[in-house]
Design a protein around this ligand. Sequence first.
Ligand code: TRP
Ligand code: ZN
Length: 463
Amino acid sequence: MTRGRRWRAAALAVALLLGGCTGDDGRFRPGAADAGDPYVPGAGNGGYDVAHYALKIRYDPAGGRLTGQATVTATATAGLSRFHLDLAGLTVDRVRVDGAPAKHRRDGAELIVTPARGLPAGQRFTVEVAYGGVPQPLPSAELGDGGFHATRDGAIALGQPESASTWFPVNDHPSDKATYELAVTVPDGLAALANGVPKGTESRDGWTTWRWAEGTPMASYLTTLVIGNYRVSTGTHAGKPLVTAVAAGLPANGPAAASVARTGEIADFLAGWFGPYPFDAYGGIAVSDERIRYALETQTRPVYGPGFFRGDKPNTEVVAHELAHQWFGDSVSLARWSDIWLNEGFATYAEWLWAEHDGGRSVATSFADAYAATDWTKPSVDPGRAAMFGDAVYQRGALAVHALRRAVGDETFFRILRGWLAERRNGIATTADFVGYAERVAGRPLRPLLDAWLAGATAPALP
Ligand code: TRP
Ligand code: ZN
């Protein structure tokens, strides 16, 4: 051993000793407070990867109080001295890490947990959080608030890009997908609907527990919880559970019920283009609360606001849109929100496909109308937080999808779509990933074409 080496070994020994005394030998650092996504500052966290959320929730609509127990199973991706979860409002009573009491504090919508000892990189750990309070929605600019809304007879939790942190502690960013199980206890007579496969109900002392399991990884904004008076229909479609629910306040044979009733048929139509339906259950929930001014592709069970079903005719295009998201957005999810056209462009394109199939306007007409209406100065990719639900994302995104189809031909186009969805299934992706994949399948450069359609400042020539 050389002198230099011996010196370094001694220094290391001292460092380890000191580290041992303070409980921090340098291997452990605080996890990041967010995912680093500029569209959602504060959302998500760093230093771990969640595998599973087991949630037990009790909700009393009378006082709007929720009590919850969340067990989060995760793997440290760095040595962690402490880590964050997202939790907006609510009061935390107790936190345990691997069964041992852990220190915790709040900083705005962050729950900061300091375990008794550091968590080495690569280590699997569980966090149990006991919490409760009166959940509140998160104010959001465009389409109404996201998160937990107390309603007259229950509650509706949904929203994009953020909502989950209003009712459970979560790594609230789509780049960290996880499986879920949920047991929701509500007063007898009310329904409690959520994502995934129904696991039965049981009643005791005036309360009923509804159990749900989503065994395919799900982004946190795709979780939903809907409690209230609903007409629930439980059946099967293509050998999988199909659960639909229509708010009791909506007409039993009205357009909402008629639209949601076509879920299986529309999912099958889309599977014909995109490949096998990616989840273990089907469904849809039509709510009556006017504050829900949108539909959302909540995994396996989209939620539809009342605004889509005003006339007397069904609106199946919105169903096609939300079901298309089961492939584009839910099965293959965003690594960052600036790529949201990957969700909305394909879901809008699916509306065009469905309309043509269902006796409505042709894809060519949808394309021509959107082309004529597009403001080419606004990009689909990285549109800015304020424009993430704008026409540049939905309509221009769909135009780009059709331009790709025209350029490579139907056979290659659908090979690209199906191959992409199969390769990226249960994962996350970026625009560059998609462009690279399309080029590989087509065997030719497509980046100039897609750049022009997605981000060029002037109208591209029709391919
Ligand atoms: N992603 C939804 C859709 O395209 C629409 C949407 C945009 C939304 N912003 C939202 C839904 C906020 C709920 C909350 O179908
Ligand atoms: Zn959409």
